[in-house]
Design a protein around this ligand. Structure first.
Ligand code: GCO
Length: 255
């Protein structure tokens, strides 16, 4: 029997980029703790499949297909959800992409696409959701950072810059919104088996390096983020603000 501290019954969570991967795994974890779920993505077919999977587990779920980098679309989608589905109590800013390239060869488009999707979107969605949370004097915002909020590696300067910025945006949200009863925190995953990392997992040399570089000696599984998401979405974290909870098998602890 889970402690009532972690019970999300009666709460509604919007998870961006949640038709698959880490976003879907966290959405499912919140649902298993009792939350109603809004799945977001741009591919309606993927969203429908993801929603069906949750409905099969008797989850109250809806989908909202909108581009998290388009402020007008974000504002309209959030207004519609609040009016027609439920007030958004929990926001997980998870949407993220990768456009890998050596920095000196990186195109402006590769830079801007990653910064827009991985950083600016968190600002745009939080800006749409937070005023309503402030009016209700309660809300949980969870930004999905990365170990790349702290370190980088060649070919992902755009991703590391975005995730570093997202760490500081998380703290900025906490500083401005904690007095209104909101808690803004972040989860920083290490290397997880996702579609975004398929090319890395399938690269024998990179796979060997990651398993050696990570004290746990393996890649993370998406469902291993659910516990941290439930904690930061629940009453158990009501006095936690501006924190980055790293889930990386010990990677950042090791030289
Ligand atoms: C890469 C990976 C990483 C991971 C993750 C680690 O190219 O090194 O895509 O960026 O996705 O962000 O937390």
């Amino acid at each position: 029997m889970a402690s009532p501290l972690f019970d999300l019954t009666g709460r509604t969570a919007l998870v961006t980029g949640s038709s698959q991967g880490l976003g879907f795994a966290m959405a499912r974890g919140l649902a298993q703790a009792g939350a109603a779920i809004v799945l977001n993505g741009r591919d309606e077919a993927k969203l429908t499949r993801a929603a069906s999977a949750l409905q099969a587990e008797e989850v109250r779920v809806t989908t909202a297909a909108f581009d998290v980098t388009d402020g007008t679309a974000v504002a309209a989608a959030v207004a519609k959800l609040e009016a027609e589905f439920a007030p958004i109590d929990i926001l997980i800013n998870n949407a993220g992409i990768q456009r890998r390239a050596p920095l000196a060869e990186m195109t402006e488009q590769q830079w801007r696409e990653v910064l827009d999707t991985n950083l600016t979107s968190a600002f745009l969605v939080a800006r749409a959701v937070a005023p309503r949370m402030i009016a209700r004097r309660a809300g949980k915002i969870i930004n999905i950072c990365s170990v790349m909020s702290e370190v980088s590696r060649p070919t992902i300067a755009n991703y590391a810059a975005a995730k570093g910025g997202l760490k500081m945006l998380t703290r900025a949200m906490a500083v401005e919104w904690a007095k209104h009863g909101l808690q803004a925190n972040a989860i920083a995953p290490g290397y997880f088996m996702t579609e975004l990392n398929r090319s890395l997992v399938e690269n024998v040399e990179f796979n060997k390096w990651i398993c050696g570089r990570t004290p746990a000696g393996r890649w993370g599984q998406p469902e291993e983020l659910a516990g941290a998401a439930v904690f930061l979405a629940s009453r158990a974290s009501d006095f936690v603000n501006g924190q980055i909870l790293t889930i990386d098998g010990g990677l950042l602890a090791a030289l």
